[in-house]
Ligand binder design. Structure first.
Ligand code: PEP
Length: 252
């Protein structure tokens, strides 16, 4: 059944690309041959570019995602963006709990859980990022951190709300550093996360949930990661900012 999970390659553009640059990158992506039919491809531009990118993606197989969301439906929350706003511009995915949000913007597990709820209530799929820091890995705490991120974000949910959930295992020491987890390390973490999802929500849920790997994925290492049946795709930062490297990863 594991092979039925369609591999997903998502580009997290972080705080790169003005709306004009985003249009140019997406135009190049769309000018290339479409993604293989056994792949789902998603781009996650900055908020201000979503609308223009959504317009370009209409009718294409490439999907739109956002990098963050606020959990309230609306209100006096200056600077924030709600899930219904993201849905209305055409987002199907929303990244929640990225390690940069956890590190710089105090997105802790309860905040991640609220964001996740807002995303699923609007019918979009959360891409829940989890993963350990270097010192946590070195202290043998990788599985504890994975457990805390998964239980902290999902503990209050009923499985039926989480049907579109995607998990992204992103060891913090591998993000933007050029250091990639070996396929063995990634597979071990994915197996643990999947087992935990199975314990929380039933074995079928664990088996069906896509778990992506993220952390310095490049064209040079994408194939060896994506060939693992346990690795259901990639969340790509730096290498998603150039058309050539992103498309090579998507096709790997
Ligand atoms: C990310 O931002 O989620 C990421 C994995 O970044 P990079 O690919 O640059 O390591």
């Amino acid at each position: 059944m594991g092979t039925e999970r369609k591999k997903l390659v998502a580009g997290n553009w972080k705080m790169y690309k003005t709306p004009g640059e985003a249009v140019s990158l997406v135009t190049q992506i769309l000018a290339a041959p479409p993604p293989r039919s056994d792949r789902e491809v998603v781009v996650c531009p900055p908020f201000v570019a979503l609308s223009r990118v959504a317009h370009l993606l209409k009718g294409s197989p490439v999907k739109l995602g956002a990098q963050n969301v606020y959990w309230e439906k609306e209100g006096a929350f200056t600077g924030e963006v709600s899930a219904s706003m993201l849905r209305e511009v055409g987002c199907e995915y929303v990244i929640v709990g990225h390690s940069e949000r956890r590190q710089y913007f105090a997105d802790d597990n309860p905040a991640v859980a609220r964001k996740l709820r807002a995303v699923v209530e609007e019918g979009m799929s959360p891409i829940l990022c989890i993963g350990e820091k270097l010192e946590e890995r070195e202290a043998g705490r990788t599985q504890d951190v994975i457990r805390s991120h998964i239980e902290g974000a999902l503990g209050e949910f009923d499985a039926r709300y989480l049907r579109g959930l995607v998990v992204a295992y992103e060891p913090v020491w591998a993000i933007g550093t050029g250091k990639t987890a070996t396929p063995e390390m990634a597979v071990e973490a994915h197996r643990f996360a999947r087992k935990l999802l199975g314990e929380m929500f039933g074995v079928a849920f664990g088996v069906e949930t896509r778990i992506l790997y993220g952390g310095s994925v490049k064209p040079e290492n994408a194939a060896e990661l994506l060939k693992e049946p346990e690795i259901d795709g990639a969340l790509v930062g730096g290498a998603s900012l150039k058309v050539d490297s992103f498309l090579r990863i998507a096709a790997a």
